[in-house]
Design a protein around this ligand. Structure first.
Ligand code: SF4
Length: 464
């Protein structure tokens, strides 16, 4: 599955809050609002008033799942929230999150961003045919509490996370605390913020902290487990450290431009990718045109670095993908134009540098090149502000089928011919990494390099 412009889907946004004496569901709702881009299939919130944990979740966008009445029914000052994009398990109500378990008098709710890579082994150990990795993790925590009924939530989680392999950023709660965890590689981001005199929040991205009026405190570290409760914030590291591997694609495409990941603003990183792309793959041309909206910052960087003027030559219909009518059924012949329409005056007779942040499956890009040519472009030079996406992601993106990836097993010349462009230039891996951080941060680049930070069984690779 992918978004309407052929990009991979994200795997979820998570939010957690401990803000006593408030109706925290409203705050979580707005936090999730800032994380809607990380998952649009379902949304859910769980809250506790110290005695009773209540969960509400449903399919659809946040604004269609929650209204004034449902939010009013979620009473309490402790809570977690989740927006979901399914990468394992089907897109059904049962798989929406937070996942919930009642264990005797205690209750646990869990929200997950990422994908485990040892789901089958975990299911076998738990004797469960659990539908998703998130459900299995919830079962593992519940099983630990079942064995020791008064164990603190954080200790129960610390006891089971060594059994999880792969990518997991979790928010978990019981009646009295919220626990947030990042896997030791730190594939998915998580930030900690302070709100009011004694409130704390965690969120997948700093933009969500901004939106609820929280002050950024720090990132939750890879491998760190933080407890938010009446004592404030307590930190634990239950596992041995490994090299951190923040997903580099968070900077390329997934994260919001106004978020700061590992100290680096995402928008600034994208502009720098465009500048570096111009240094690596310059070409004589008349105008730089972005593929909106994902290609805009890189196109600006490319233009500023190359001195070639920037113009908007394609207009995105923002509401496509927000309709329940499948456009392909209704307007098949209109194809890509339903999503992106060209501005002929900008493109006609011009040598175009067309800039996008990534090409994953390629069919949309090919149609787009045809549209730009049909609008009169004399030459189309495609520039991509990331390296070829050749390998599947097993850490929370929906690209696990390698046969669907345009660049898998193809040379750049073959890709160029498929897309029908006059020239093609990708940003180098070194250029990408240099654009997104100082020298101390290390990344997962597996989809671009084939270098997987965790063991991946051969059965995971699907090739035609
Ligand atoms: S494989 Fe690619 S998309 Fe997946 S976590 Fe690594 S860098 Fe991110």
């Amino acid at each position: 599955m992918s978004d309407s412009l052929g990009k991979p889907g994200e795997a979820c946004g998570v939010f957690g809050a401990f803000v006593p004496e408030t109706h925290v569901a409203n705050l979580i709702y707005f936090g999730l609002f800032a994380l809607q881009h990380r998952g649009q299939e379902s949304a859910g919130i769980a809250v506790s008033n110290g005695q009773r944990l209540t969960t509400y979740k449903d399919m659809g966008l946040l604004s269609s799942v929650f209204d004034r009445n449902t939010l009013a029914g979620l009473q309490g000052g402790i809570g977690i929230g989740h927006t979901r994009y399914s990468t394992t398990g089907s897109s059904t109500w049962a798989n929406a999150q937070p996942a919930f378990r009642a264990i005797g008098p205690r209750s646990v709710a869990l929200g997950h961003n990422g994908n485990l890579t040892n789901t089958a082994a975990l299911a076998e150990r738990l004797g469960s045919s659990g539908t998703t990795d998130s459900e299995l993790m919830t079962s593992a925590i519940a099983e630990r509490i079942h064995k020791e009924s008064d164990i603190p939530l954080w200790e129960a989680i610390a006891g089971v996370v060594p059994d999880f392999e792969g990518a997991y950023t979790l928010v978990v709660m019981d009646d009295t605390s919220v626990v947030a965890v990042r896997d030791p590689h730190g594939f998915r981001p998580l930030s900690l913020g302070r709100i009011g005199p004694d409130g704390w929040v965690v969120a997948s991205e700093t933009a969500a902290l901004d939106l609820v009026g929280a002050t950024f405190e720090r990132d939750v570290e890879p491998g760190e487990l933080v407890v938010l409760d009446e004592r404030g914030v307590t930190s634990h590291f239950p596992q041995d450290p490994v090299p951190s591997r923040l997903c580099v694609f968070e900077y390329v495409y997934f994260a919001r431009p106004d978020s700061v990941l590992a100290g680096q603003n995402v928008q600034a990183a994208r502009v720098e990718m465009g500048r570096q792309l111009a240094r690596e793959s310059g070409v004589p041309a008349d105008v730089v045109v972005p593929v909106p909206e994902s290609g805009i910052p890189a196109a600006q960087g490319y233009s500023w670095e190359s001195g070639i003027r920037y113009e908007d030559g394609l207009v995105k219909n923002r509401y496509v993908g927000r309709t329940f009518i499948e456009p392909e059924q209704m307007l098949r012949e209109r194809g890509i134009r339903l999503k992106l329409n060209p501005i002929k005056d900008v493109l006609d007779g011009q040598r175009i540098v067309l800039v996008d942040d990534s090409v994953v499956r390629g069919s949309t890009t090919r149609q787009l090149v045809e549209v730009v040519r049909a609008a009169g472009a004399q030459e189309v030079h495609l520039r991509i502000s990331s390296p070829p996406y050749r390998w599947p992601c097993f850490y929370g993106m929906d690209t696990s089928d390698r046969s669907s990836l345009l660049a898998a097993g193809k040379s750049e010349e073959e890709i160029e011919a498929f897309l029908g462009v006059d020239s093609l230039g990708y940003l180098s891996l070194a250029g990408l990494e240099g654009s997104v951080s100082d020298a101390t941060q290390t990344f997962c680049t597996a989809c671009l390099s084939g270098d997987y930070p965790t063991p991946i069984g051969p059965d995971k690779f699907v090739l035609e």
